[in-house]
Write a protein that binds this ligand. Sequence first.
Ligand SMILES: [Zn+2]
Length: 346
Amino acid sequence: MSHALTSRQRHIKAASAVDLGVLYSTISAGMLLIRRYLTGRGVDQEFADRYGSAFGRTAAKIYRTGHGVEPRRAWSNVNGKWRRVNGYLPTETETLDEAFTTYKRTAEYVLPAAAEPAPAEVYVKEAGHYPAQFADLNGESLRTIERASSTEAVSEFVKAQLADLDTWQRHYEQYDRAMVGEVDQAARAAVQGLPWDDPQVQTLLNAERGQTEIQQARDILNAAYVDWSFDLTGTVEIPEPARPASPVIAEGCRIPGCDGTWHYDDGICVASLGEVRFEGEDVALPAELVAPADGPRHIVAFAYNMTSLNFRREMRDRTSARTFVGQLRALGDAIDDASAHLPAAS
Ligand SMILES: [Zn+2]
């Protein structure tokens, strides 16, 4: 007997050193309390304080009928005093929902906030799907799009993602602007004491994380784009860029680029393809595309020095034109390589 007394005194001593608010909140964590349930349903605080007890009795009666036992007890701070009240587990919400429609005053209560959903709910409804959209995005995702379609498809895809990020940002800013003053207080009060995995808590947390998640998504998209742009895997063959559209063929001509100079004298169309100039003004290597009225079309490159047209090279088919181009390119490349041995400027 004396032993039990000592033990009890020790407990009382220990308890006096404990912050009761913290202790009671811990004991009651995760329990749904009547007043908090009511404000969570959008009932205003004054109504909850005034009719909370009567609503609580209705709920307890329903619980007793259904479970055959008394509801659990939890601690609640009512008007600055800690009191033992009935508490319900999140799995027992049905009891409270039933009481809400059974108890006359709550059943007839017109929700003031019913027309306007909470800012966090609006945000999650509009933007809640975005984090998953960006979560698995990487360079390989973009390469997959490119292989399946084209390089342009990747640009289009990235553009669409950027547009989504802007939309997402707008939704977050709407949420941020809405969460001020009373709305903000009410939103936070509504989730106080609710368990971590309660949908209401998760909704608020998701909205609160919005700006961080948008930044993360931007970083993910950016990293994917950089990975794809500087692709070193060599797994994607990028098609050559499209050639510029062919010039329009003038009326009365047979080839594009002909200015008609040789129509009347020789009946031929001639289009200049440009020239390589040599030292002095009077020596050049021009190339032309020629289309006679009769006879095969050809490209001709010829040395021109005012007095002679002796050095010619005619190309009558694509293979011979390509062979000549190959030689010009090879010479161009060789000059380019050899230029490494020259000073940058003289
Ligand atoms: Zn012509």
